[in-house]
Design a protein around this ligand. Sequence first.
Ligand SMILES: Cc1cc2nc3c(=O)[nH]c(=O)nc-3n(C[C@H](O)[C@H](O)[C@H](O)COP(=O)(O)O)c2cc1C
Length: 397
Amino acid sequence: MADGKTIVLGVTGGIAAYKAADLVSRLVKDRCQVHVIMTEAATQFVSPLTFRTLSGNPVSTDLFSEPGTWNVRHISLAEKADLMVIAPATANIIGKIAQGIADDMLSTTVMAARCPVLIAPAMNVNMYLNPIVQENIRSLEKHGFYFIGPAAGHLACGTQGQGRMVEAAVIQEKIMDLFLGKHDFAGKKILVTAGPTREYLDPIRFLTNRSTGTMGYSLAKAAACRGAAVHLVTGPTCLADPLGIKITKVESAREMQAAVEEIFPEMDIVIKTAAVADYRPKITANQKIKKKDGDLSLSLARNPDILLELGRKKKHQILVGFAAETESLLEYAQEKMIAKNLDLIVANNIKEEGAGFGTTTNIVTIITKEGQMHRLPQMTKIDTAHAILDHLRMLAE
Ligand SMILES: Cc1cc2nc3c(=O)[nH]c(=O)nc-3n(C[C@H](O)[C@H](O)[C@H](O)COP(=O)(O)O)c2cc1C
């Protein structure tokens, strides 16, 4: 039950708009306060009266017809919301949000929202597979929007393929699991490290790696959704700062070490996903290194092993490491867990399709100190993050 939580549900112009009525009724039964915003196109498919009756609240359809109160409705709804859901989401609304367009009540409210936004796309398969739509979805994922579906099957337009909005019951379950229901990390302080580090050769060149930070940011967001006080220490990424999370931005491995060691004593759980450089140039030139005839050799110094240090210092903390390997994955991961005194290690083969750096999905094996191995199927990184937290929950009890 999500007693008293406020959900703003955006309904856009597709056949699946009728399924949104079922979703409203389910959320109301879960004791949520549901406020529906319909686009003009959505009103062609379902009457606002349906949503007004099911939600027990006025339905917003027009940005300029304000109710007779002092507050500006799109701002007040955006501020009130614990979660925004757009179901069904047309190609049009996805494109508008991705481009920052705010030209009606729904898109304007999304722009003003600071809560998580969950989007359930529904459209013809060719529309869904259109590279522009795919690019818009990826861009929104990078900005921290959550997606559910679409499912594959028979589509209202008579074709088969991916594009069906997932059923209301599935969206309801996701809402309860990911956003509103579980507060199983309330009272826990969690440190997550993410991203690559940069080791400078001179003012403009550095050694780094392909980590995008997505797995770490997903863990930070998932832990915050489940009630933890999260501190994210991150190397440089292109990802938007997650809301409601304390963030320290660093560049080099030594900066990351300083930030982590300062916070570590007061933490309950530390999850180290950052891909920290093992080596740095022995000398960082003050000026740009000029090219000369012949080869140039770099002399590298060993960087501190942050995880090893934390393993030595840990008292009450649960320490979780990641092992990104290209061979002998499980052996290396187990060796790392023992050598670094970890409680849990998450192993992924970065050569595997759909896993590792620069992907929106991951395929991981969670290994416990007792040697139990749980291989998870290919899942989005946010779902992988929740599965890792489910295992951690058992250790933290
Ligand atoms: C019968 C019918 C069904 C439609 N179904 C969809 C759909 O499922 N998904 C979609 O993206 N667009 C669909 N459209 C097109 C949208 O309604 C159209 O792009 C509209 O501009 C969307 O506006 P909105 O995003 O503001 O609701 C449909 C149009 C018609 C006439």
